[in-house]
Design a binder for this molecule. Sequence first.
Ligand code: CO8
Length: 380
Amino acid sequence: MKHQISASPIIITGTGLWTPEHIITNEELVDSYNDWAQKFNADHAAAITAGEMEEKPLSSARFIEKASGIKSRYVYEKEGILDIDRMRPRFTERPESAISRQAEIGIAAARMAMAAAKKTASDIDAVIVACTYTERAYPAIAIEIQEQLGINGFGFDMLGACSAATFGLHRAYDCLASGSASCVLAVNPELVTPQVNFQDRDSHFIFGDVATAVILERAETRVAENYFQVLGTKALTRFSSHIRSNFGHLSRATDVDPYGWDKLFHQAGRKVFEEVSPIAAQHLADHLASLGIRPADVRRFWLHQANMNMNKMVIRQLLGEDVPLDKTPFILDRYGNTASAGLIIAFHLTNTDLNTGDIGVICSFGAGYSVGSLVLRKGQ
Ligand code: CO8
């Protein structure tokens, strides 16, 4: 394998998607949440009446679909989430000798991406795991995947919340451009439901689990027929606490509840919607302009899958009009928000019908705040 600074185009040649077998519909989730909330209110009636405690409001399946576009989500484990005495998934602890859950689901997606790219382990020399949470600090999930698949070279994990997958692709691009790798497997094992607060009406409906994977390489090593050239990458971050999880290794020293509400996902959803949409639209406009491409000439936008209305807003701000779903594919209805992997799912499911030369854009936006894009051109 040649490790040298590359003038050769960098291309995406394969993607993979692992989808859990369990589905939770809005109706199931709302029934469970409402049963829990009513029990909570009955159990604490005296304190609520005395004004010492707030009544838990009820959730609504109609609200969820209208406000977010989500109808159902896939989850790694259904058991426990709908149990009002538990309200979180139930996993069994795996021994250190067993493969980790995130490596397992990441490998399932990776094998599909490798098959699509027509690559074997010996062709790949870097593994990047990019996602919202990793189930342990070390050894890296990426190194475990590397070991399980028999890949030489190096691997590392990186976090980046909503933009982990796109920032991971950026790092893959940089590795290829600098010559530190010649074929990169980027994996997004988004196993997030353990960190969802299913007792929080404002966010209990948002997330689902999934794993995605992408193969990037240089044009000179391509075997696959379907591929996209990466014309450019662009990232932007701006600090905000409006989407936050304080889960971390310091809880043991600060003597707080490591599973307290603030350690789980929480957000000011309306503020995020209002603040992030214009940042994302401007970012997209700047990125496309830097490449001399008019937004109207983009054939497809694979946008972050957090909220249907937010994606419409970003597109309206960028193009000045609404566009058909064919131009901004939408998988949120079935998958829910799968953190950084949602746009990779959308890309995976809807990239084969583009014509040679068509321009597509992948763009994430959310926690951090963070925005990350890749402008792609379909190869022949
Ligand atoms: N049922 C019924 N009513 C509800 C519910 C509910 N479940 N939830 C809220 N309401 C009520 C509110 O209380 C409010 O009532 P009132 O008007 O009386 O105050 C009313 O409905 C309207 O509330 P909102 O204004 O909050 O509703 P919105 O229309 O803004 O919709 C959303 C809420 C859906 C949360 C919306 O704001 C949104 O999606 N915003 C975008 C947020 C976003 O993109 N976040 C990024 C998420 S982070 C990410 O994508 C990945 C990183 C983190 C991964 C972590 C994994 C665990």
